[in-house]
Design a protein around this ligand. Structure first.
Ligand code: 13P
Length: 251
């Protein structure tokens, strides 16, 4: 059966000392509460190796927020999937709407990133989601389906089985405006049906689909109670241990 997962996305926040302190705090809290879900923190590249040394990675997963679309070489400032894997990280967020929107990450680039992540043993947390105008025009299903088809449906069954999906409606990210649990359930069910159509029911049933967008301790339990919502990808609330753990404990 698929896993329930709560993953933090720290985005461009915390200096290294601040990040180390937060990671230690989250690690201790996870050890103390024995959560009913997998817990992951995705952190800036600069923090990965140091954080890997201070957490128990069998209890708290570690991931990057991005990786390069090339293997190695003359790409100044880029960080490859192999480099990420060499820090001890096991996950990588790919296709976040902020990367798509601000850094021009189109599906062709994301396909290369996904392939390199998988080649290096990293589990991609692949983000999809519509913007407000698309939601208002009733096009959300169409949008997420094309993001799946273009970004992931080139993968073999075995490869796709390693992917975690995060549905993040762009209008809910950092806005305080959460999708209702019913809205989340409806589109998560649609995403699962699109996966089933392509890869079969078994793979679809085993794929974890996380919700992201203004998820907090006060709304997590209602969202996670929905049968097709398998956890959350948490931005702002992952920067405070108490809030993050409040979401973890919603399971
Ligand atoms: P917020 O939880 O801050 O809305 O961010 C969600 C997100 O983008 C996680 O990747």
């Amino acid at each position: 059966m698929r896993k329930n997962i709560v993953a933090g996305n720290w985005k461009m926040n915390t200096t290294l000392p601040e990040g180390l302190a937060l990671a230690k705090e989250v690690n201790d809290a996870v050890m103390a509460c024995r959560p009913n879900c997998d817990v992951i923190i995705c952190v800036p590249f600069t923090h990965l190796a140091s954080i890997d040394h201070v957490i128990d990675s069998t209890k708290l997963g570690l991931g990057a927020e991005n990786c390069a679309d090339h293997k190695s070489g003359a790409y100044t400032g880029e960080v490859s999937a192999a480099m990420v894997a060499s820090t001890g990280a096991k996950y990588v967020i790919l296709g976040h709407s902020e990367r798509r929107q601000y850094y021009g990450e189109v599906s062709a680039i994301l396909r290369d990133k996904v392939a390199l992540a998988l080649e290096n043993g990293l589990t991609p947390i692949f983000c999809i989601g519509e913007v407000l105008e698309e939601r208002e025009a009733g096009k959300q299903n169409e949008v997420v389906k094309s993001q799946l088809v273009e970004g992931l449906f080139n993968l073999s069954k075995d490869e796709f089985a390693k992917i975690i999906i995060a549905y993040e409606p762009v209008w809910a990210i950092g806005t305080g405006k959460t999708a209702t649990a019913d809205q989340a359930e409806e589109i998560h069910a649609f995403i699962r049906s699109a996966i089933a159509e392509k890869y079969g029911k078994e793979i679809a049933e085993n794929t974890s689909i996380l919700y992201g967008g203004s998820c907090k301790p006060s709304n997590a339990a209602e969202l996670f109670a929905k049968p097709n919502v398998d956890g959350g990808l948490i931005g702002g609330a992952s920067l405070k241990c108490e809030d993050f753990m409040g979401i973890v404990k919603a399971f």
